[in-house]
Design a binder for this molecule. Structure first.
Ligand code: PEP
Ligand code: MN
Length: 284
């Protein structure tokens, strides 16, 4: 008879009592994620053009964001939707990284893109749709860059932590979890944000957890309150989508903050005593 498979171990709080800290090596130094530092990851859903991306990147750098996001290989429900710029997007992102000095994060969907993404980005994102792509997770366990693991659309906490276990047991302990909402019967919001996942994951695991209020709600005017709730619940930071003109974004405009609203978000999080006390960047 087969023995019952054991649940997550290496990522469990039992295995390691103290919070883990993930070190992101950007062009201008190391950014810590976890242990109470509050990290703001921001940027458009997708890298759309040289001009727009560089403008958003410079704005976000000046406005206090720590890490720059942007999809280059986009998972889209319809094959007719904009699926990212591919290789050119990588060049644009590399330029934004150089100009701003910010570390960058982008999603990997296909192992054939691993080498080029590894060269250009500081954190590799595994999207919700790929959380259970075990071949991908196994390979990411073999590299020495942080992995940002989004919760699957309908993944239980245990399934999510087991997905993290694949990466950590493969040899890469630099994993950041991201709660981005789960699919429920509620159609008003794109997903249902599971704020309870934040303290629960903190109890069950030592890994850092970040909340993405953009994908979690699908509505830009819910992003700020949900971001505040996430930080109040103990999240190690947030990931938000920002576009200079959300109305003309090629993807996820409805959930993207414009520049003014990003500044509002930043000042409200600062008021939560989050940023100044908890954020450290050690310059190289
Ligand atoms: C994204 O961050 O752009 C994205 C596609 O998110 P998710 O995988 O959470 O849907
Ligand atoms: Mn998006």
């Amino acid at each position: 008879m087969m023995k019952e498979t054991k649940s997550f171990q290496l990522v469990s709080r039992e295995n390691k009592k103290e919070d883990s800290i993930v070190q992101v090596n950007g062009p201008h130094g190391t950014i810590m994620i976890g242990q109470g530092y509050c990290t703001i990851i921001a940027g458009p859903c997708a890298v759309e053009s040289w001009e727009d991306y560089l403008e958003v990147a410079v704005f976000l750098k000046q406005s206090g964001a720590h890490i720059l996001r942007g999809g280059i290989f986009k998972p889209r429900t319809s094959p007719y939707s904009f699926r990212g710029l591919g290789k050119e997007g990588l060049e644009i992102m590399a330029e934004a990284r150089r100009v701003t000095g910010m570390p960058v994060i982008s999603e990997i969907m296909d192992l054939r893109d691993l080498d080029s993404l590894y060269e250009q980005v500081d954190i590799l994102q595994v999207g919700s749709r790929n959380m259970q792509n075990y071949v991908l997770l196994e390979q990411l366990g073999k590299i020495d860059k942080p992995i940002f693991l989004k919760r699957g659309l309908s993944a239980t906490i245990e399934e999510w932590l087991l997905a993290a276990e694949y990466i950590v047991s493969g040899g890469n302990s630099q994993v950041i979890l991201c709660e981005r909402g789960i699919r429920t019967f509620e159609p008003y919001t794109r997903n249902t944000v599971d704020i309870g996942a934040v303290p629960l994951v903190k109890m069950l695991s030592h890994l850092p957890i970040i909340v993405d209020p953009s994908h979690a709600t699908g509505k830009w005017d819910m992003v700020i309150p949900v971001a505040k709730a996430a930080i109040a619940a103990g999240a190690d930071g947030i990931m938000v989508e920002v576009h200079q003109e959300p109305e003309r974004a090629l993807s996820d405009g409805k959930q993207s903050l414009n520049f003014k609203n990003f500044q509002g978000l930043y000042s409200q999080l600062t008021a939560l005593a989050c940023l100044e006390n908890k954020m450290i960047i050690s310059e190289k």
